[in-house]
Design a protein around this ligand. Structure first.
Ligand SMILES: CC(C)(COP(=O)(O)OP(=O)(O)OC[C@H]1O[C@@H](n2cnc3c(N)ncnc32)[C@H](O)[C@@H]1OP(=O)(O)O)[C@@H](O)C(=O)NCCC(=O)NCCS
Length: 161
């Protein structure tokens, strides 16, 4: 699959909004701060996190097929979030590509050595993806509903070398 990251535009936010079909899907994707229903024109503001960078994954036709963000945390780690792939594009590797590209950009642009994320315990698809990317659960930071996960891609790369 050919795909790259680029800055989201108005039409991309309209597409992304159409992928989020109900309250549960909204909470799983964006956490508790984004209400459902929402208007796509308000999405950039609703998704704002201090210092965050937002990216679309686009296919060879420049169509947005995925979205994600990253921001630095107090612990010197970079946190990725709001990961989503268009329902039509799921199951063929777009989510993996999106996460790999986003993690690469996040690590290079921030200089962080650790990537963190949060995922609902019952989101088995996302958990499986994150585990395969090297994320491990941090029990002390997790709750009954939500797992906190971290990965240290640099270490993994050095260990492979
Ligand atoms: C989670 C999500 C981004 C995965 O995107 P995707 O494009 O379907 O994922 P990929 O096709 O790249 O698959 C990557 C891995 O995810 C897992 N996966 C994908 N589809 C799966 C399914 N139906 N059941 C179980 N695991 C699945 C597998 O581990 C897969 O790796 P493999 O192909 O080597 O087996 C997508 O399902 C999504 O947008 N979900 C709704 C929003 C969401 O829950 N975001 C996560 C917020 S934390």
């Amino acid at each position: 699959m050919e795909a790259t990251l680029r800055t989201p535009q108005t039409a991309d936010y309209e597409a992304i909004a159409s992928w989020v079909v109900d309250k549960k899907a909204c909470a799983r994707w964006a956490g508790p701060l984004v209400p459902f229903p929402f208007s796509s024109e308000n999405l950039p503001e609703l998704l704002e996190v201090e210092g965050c960078a937002s990216y679309c994954l686009v296919d060879s036709n420049n169509q947005c097929v995925g979205f994600g963000q990253f921001w630095m945390t107090d612990h010197g780690a970079v946190h990725i979030g709001r990961i989503i792939v268009s329902p039509e594009a799921r199951g063929v590797g777009a989510g993996r590509l999106l996460c790999e590209r986003l993690m690469d950009k996040a690590l290079r642009s921030t200089g962080a050595h650790m990537v963190t994320l949060r995922v609902y315990r019952d989101n088995h698809t996302a958990r499986s993806l994150y585990s395969s990317l090297g994320f491990v659960v941090v029990n002390s930071e997790s709750t009954g509903d939500i797992l906190f996960m971290r990965a240290m891609p640099d270490k993994a790369r050095k260990a492979d070398a």
